[in-house]
Design a protein around this ligand. Sequence first.
Ligand code: C2O
Length: 578
Amino acid sequence: MASISTPLSFLSTTANVSAATSSSFTLLFPLQPKRHRYPKSKRHISKVSCNNGGDDNIISKGNRRDVLIGLGGLGAAASFTYNPFAVANPVVTDQNSCGRPNLPAGAKPIPCCPPKATNISDFVFPSNQPLRVRKPAHLVTGDELAKYKEAIRLMRALPDDDPRSFTQQANIHCAYCHDSYALDSTLPPQVKVHFNWLFAPFHRWYLYFYERILGSLIKDPTFALPFWNWDHPDGMDIPAIFTDRRSSLFDAKRNANHQPPVLVDLDWNRRGVDTSGEVEKNYAKVYKCIADVKGPACFFGSSFQAGGGVSSAAGSLETLHNTCHSWTGDPTDPNGEDMGSFYSSGRDPIFYCHHSNVDRLWTIWKEKFGGVDLSDTDYLKSSFLFYDENKNLVRVTSEQCLDQSKLRYTYMDVPIPWQNAKPKPATNKAQRAALTPTPLNPPNLPLVLNSITSFAVKRQFKSRSKEEKAEREESLVFEVAFDKSKDVKFDVLVFWKGDPTQATPKDREFAGSFVNVSHAPNAKDTTAKFIIGITDLLDDLEADDEDNVEVTLVPQYGVVPVTINNAYVSYDECSFKT
Ligand code: C2O
């Protein structure tokens, strides 16, 4: 941090509590909820929960429904559309429901739906298939590169109406990310694979079929998609295999200022190229979003069910991956096409290698950091449609992709240089005490986030026992209203005592960043939660005995108003047991 003695007077500190809002919320979130059980297949649920399996989960769903009803009365969360009589079921993609996508302003209208199939088969695990080993893109050379280029060349040569063609493959992302697939009359109205728990399984399946199609085009069942190893210094710039203009792997719509050897900035704030210790900053960012995340709901994102409402929360895996999209896309295009907007990102071959690394980090989280997959039936039974390498339309479920070995692929074991990159606090308790000005007030809600703002968020418990901490991850939750077709980023600092513009992910006080990449504009879908686990963070800052979490929000970019409708501490939203 730059200086711990920077005066805080330039901060816009909010006064005036909406006391009714905070206290009512507290009352409506009883910590020992009454045990209600709902039949698994037809139960009432909340629209904004971040659930996974287990008994606690069912309780929480019933419980949180009441919370929302309560808040509706107060008007504090008026933007959450919610029907208390809706029932939840797994999201099931229906090919007949596919229609025109909601595209951001400035995008050329395109149809995103795949050709209709007369028959849909259920996925069957591959038998007698060799194991496909995905390796870092910067290590792909010679024969492997020649095969990869040839496979993409052949894919580009297929006619547009072939479901395996380059265009159709790119449009898969457009259809699932821009509201093409309708659900039914329940909320949410469309299938969405961002800002919710479908993010990880959808993209795993997407890569699976894409890789199988490429392998079949070159008749090589061992063909494996490389991964963009942006969590290792050797892989942190755009891999050389993508930069040769004559290659089928090239895409002209990329940021001209971000060509090698410029390193990816996983905390990109759109202020030119940052050369100040990017490697360590990137390590800290990956550490925070992967190694540091305990609650599965905080890793995967909020629940998303048919009848489950439109409100949502991205998990840390998705949030981490967002910045790299915006960083790679061409800023001179209206929506940062190709990589910078979800409808177009599948047109850049690098997209699939970026996601290969995201998929790998999911695996690393489970293998090295004790991560556990979700077990909620609504998650496991959610399903998507993909054309396979033989042009057959196949229905796959999220459950079927959880065991990578059954899909016959794996990742080359390469060093994980960020695994011990835990950030250090910029100030310790004593330094903080010496610097503390007048105590901060609770936020004045709703808060339009147009400048750096600090406030205090009340905690219900402090100095919890080790067991309690292990049992329930404390989290800081923000309810955010914004236009989802616009890019947005703001950072969240806790107990920060210096100049907020100088905080970086290398500081332990830098709790996380809310990041949106342009996707479907939808007047009925303008809110999201941002949930950050803070149990260990508060321990590291020696702040577990504090009554409040001192929060500083630092807006970085976002061309439309971003409003914070609510900010509170929760002991449920990250830590459901699986
Ligand atoms: Cu569907 Cu990288 O996004």
